[in-house]
Design a protein around this ligand. Structure first.
Ligand code: 13P
Length: 248
């Protein structure tokens, strides 16, 4: 078994209004309080509007907070954006970067993501860097090589492995109810770790894409899987916590 602590990350995406988001965070915090000290790390990534109220709700619960994206600049004329330092101001310790939804909807490429990773790490955040293949890449074979290239290009030349989590999220698995076989996930994770070299030994590599109560246990039992990045299923406290508990 790996000595890496399992990490369970909730990506709420663009979901949660003030009342519903706070209720959800309160329920997750309550479950965490019942179980302290937590045997795994739990991170909630709500929409930006909810970061501060959720931060207040999570205080003392052991559950940590993350943003879903940030800009590479510290400040400046970037309408609508948020900097890594601003996330830190809101008590974030993590930030998701390079999610496929941002790569596809906003044309974010590896070079841009590498700049964001550098900025976020400089600000002290742990960066959750997402990579994953399309269905076409998978069908054509060679998906593993494409994912490895994507990861290496999405990292700045000098990065801090202690502030890195890699999330393997096959694009076709996100929101589709489909997941790769555990053996396939495991093989990709090993390839990604190998690509990181010596620095990769301590880097958590987590899986995302249709993670649910029914598959989380099997996926996380694999020693090459250090946790999960949960989308839709993280919008229910009961469901999310049931998934988190499968990390044990
Ligand atoms: P789903 O769990 O809804 O498939 O989303 C996965 C994801 O994109 C998490 O970042």
């Amino acid at each position: 078994m790996s000595k890496r602590r399992k990490v369970i990350v909730a990506n709420w995406k663009m979901n949660g209004r003030l009342t519903s988001g706070l209720n959800l965070a309160q329920e997750v915090a309550a479950r965490a309080m019942e179980e302290r000290p937590l045997p795994f790390d739990v991170v909630l990534c709500p929409p930006t509007t909810l970061l501060w109220p959720v931060a207040e709700t999570l205080m003392g619960s052991g559950v940590m907070l993350g943003g879903q994206d940030c800009h590479y600049a510290n400040h400046g004329a970037y309408t609508g954006d948020i900097s890594a330092g601003m996330l830190v101001d809101l008590s974030c310790r993590y930030v998701i970067l390079g999610h496929s939804e941002r790569r596809m909807a906003y044309g974010e490429d590896n070079a841009l993501i590498a700049k964001k990773v550098a900025a976020a790490q400089l600000a002290g955040l742990v960066t959750v860097v997402c990579v994953g293949e399309t269905l076409d890449q998978r069908a054509a074979g060679g998906a593993e090589a494409a994912i490895v290239t994507q990861l290496l290009e999405s990292l700045p030349d000098r990065y801090h492995p202690a502030q890195l989590i890699v999330a393997y999220e096959p694009i076709w698995a996100i929101g589709s109810g489909q997941t790769p076989e555990v053996e396939e996930i495991s093989a990709v994770h090993r390839k990604l770790r190998e690509a990181l070299g010596e620095a990769g030994v301590a880097v958590p590599i987590i899986y995302g894409g249709s993670v649910a109560i029914g598959n989380a246990g099997l996926i996380m039992k694999d020693p090459d899987v250090d946790g999960v990045l949960v989308g839709a299923a993280s919008l229910s406290a009961d469901g999310f916590w049931a998934i988190a508990e499968k990390a044990q």
